[in-house]
Design a protein around this ligand. Structure first.
Ligand code: FAD
Length: 409
């Protein structure tokens, strides 16, 4: 019997230690600050910095990176368990230096960077000394289709000159550098070979941070940026010329799954809050937890979460074992994002006015959950890709098995 859903003792130990650290150290400090209405930005910043030092000293640092990059060297499957633990507490992933978009950028640089780029850009990121951002989406064309990107990079001697307009570049304010996707080869036969990636210093002349775009949940450093004749040396071309799309795909596969891992933690947190509230709130002659309609919310959420965990673990297993993972990651991303949305919504419902208020973290979680269904591949785009692979597999093999997890059943 080869199927085994348990981790080895080392991973279990790491998971348990991180769970304890998040629950006993990070959470109380977060609550202390959240409850202190007078806490300033500096107070938050100092507390988070101190927690990062503590996490690093304990070895809870870079769970997504291999050991030769200073990471925990967990492998993708074990990472799922650890990342979900970290996400049960606000700022948990950041405290472990495993937050988006740095986490995806670290992977990208680890796989594509030259020696020079590793030393100048990757190392400070791994050390937690700087932050970075990923600048692909543009306001004027559909972000769902990167072959439409209009930002250009034109070669001029040993330099590239970048011009364009981006937005939703998360984390740009305060970042040291951006990985920018720009069109370098408009005539390339394959649309996917038209773009290249560049590392751009955020203090380069012509890098104009226009604004922090306000979202339905306030301002979270998702920035609008204009690139006005920004010059970067040839040495800052990341990966091969025309390889921007490929790089984006390599980045987005595991990065999408990393989002799912964090969302699992949030789903669990929302469902636990729902159960807690339902077992303590009395109305119309009984506790909410005794009412069938509320129990259905619990059981639907439990079933969806269970499926979400299995999908994430299986997609992680495929990545870890060098197997084709596109279909599984798409299905997991779609399912987990929608489960997050539904479970947060149910938890708000059961909390009534409290759930809608900012006294509870649920209102913020619900707002954040909304973007999960449209960023990193909108629901419909994943569904389109899933159906494409499903039909192709069926037509080529006479069976849909290979496009539904390729499981031995
Ligand atoms: C919180 C947040 C953070 C983000 N961070 C970053 C970042 O760091 N860097 C970055 O570059 N971008 C980032 N983005 C942008 C994100 O990647 C894009 O929003 C996403 O790719 C969709 O692009 P778009 O917004 O232009 O929507 P569009 O491409 O215009 O799509 C809009 C809608 O059209 C529909 N649609 C699109 N294609 C199809 C199709 N083929 N079939 C059916 N329906 C379709 C879908 O419903 C989709 O939601 C972020 C976005 C958010 C909300």
């Amino acid at each position: 019997m080869a199927i085994d859903f348990s981790f080895g003792p080392e991973v279990e130990q790491a998971r348990e230690s991180i769970r304890q650290f998040m629950r006993d150290t990070v959470k109380p400090r977060y609550r202390e600050l959240a409850d202190n209405k007078g806490a300033t930005r500096d107070d938050w910043s100092a507390a988070i910095k101190a927690l990062r030092v503590e996490a690093k000293n304990k070895g809870f640092w870079l769970p997504h990176m291999p050991a030769d990059a200073g990471g925990m060297g967990l492998g993708v499957t074990a990472l799922a368990a650890v990342a979900a633990e970290a996400a049960k507490v606000p700022y948990g992933p950041y405290i472990m230096n495993a937050h988006a978009p740095d986490e995806g950028n670290m992977h990208t640089l680890y796989h594509f960077a030259t020696e020079y780029q590793r030393e100048k850009y990757l190392q400070p990121l791994l050390d937690g000394k700087v932050r970075s951002c990923f600048s692909m989406t543009e306001p004027d064309v559909a972000g769902s289709d990167p072959t439409l990107i209009q930002t250009t990079a034109v070669q001029d001697g040993d330099e590239w000159v970048i011009n364009g307009h981006k937005w939703f570049t998360s984390g740009a304010r305060g970042a040291a550098f951006a990985i920018v996707i720009a069109r370098t080869d408009p005539e390339a036969d394959i649309p996917q070979a038209r773009n290249s990636a560049f590392i751009v210093d955020c203090d380069a002349p012509g890098f104009e941070l226009v604004r922090d775009v306000e979202t339905m949940s306030g301002s979270h450093n998702h920035c609008e940026i204009r690139y006005n004749d920004v010059r970067v040396p040839q040495a800052n071309l990341l990966g091969e010329r025309g390889g921007g799309h490929k790089l984006g795909q390599v980045r987005l596969g595991p990065a999408r799954l990393a989002h799912c891992m964090r969302w699992l933690g949030e789903i669990e947190m929302a469902l636990e809050m729902l159960i807690e509230r339902a077992q303590n709130r009395f109305a119309h002659g009984s506790l909410l937890s005794e009412k069938q309609s509320i129990q259905w919310m619990m059981s639907d959420s439990a079933m969806e979460l269970y499926a979400a965990k299995l999908m994430v673990l299986h997609a992680a297993y495929k990545i870890e074992n060098g197997m084709e993972f596109k279909q599984e990651v798409s299905m997991a991303k779609h399912h987990v994002a929608n489960t997050l949305w539904r479970v947060c919504d149910r938890a708000v419902q059961v909390h009534g006015a409290l759930g809608y208020s900012t006294d509870s973290p649920l209102s913020g979680m619900l707002q954040q959950a909304r973007w999960a269904r449209l960023a990193d591949g909108a629901d419909e785009v994943h569904q389109m890709r899933i159906a494409e692979i499903l039909m192709r597999t069926y037509n080529e093999t006479g069976s849909i098995n290979g496009a539904t997890g390729a499981l031995p059943l």
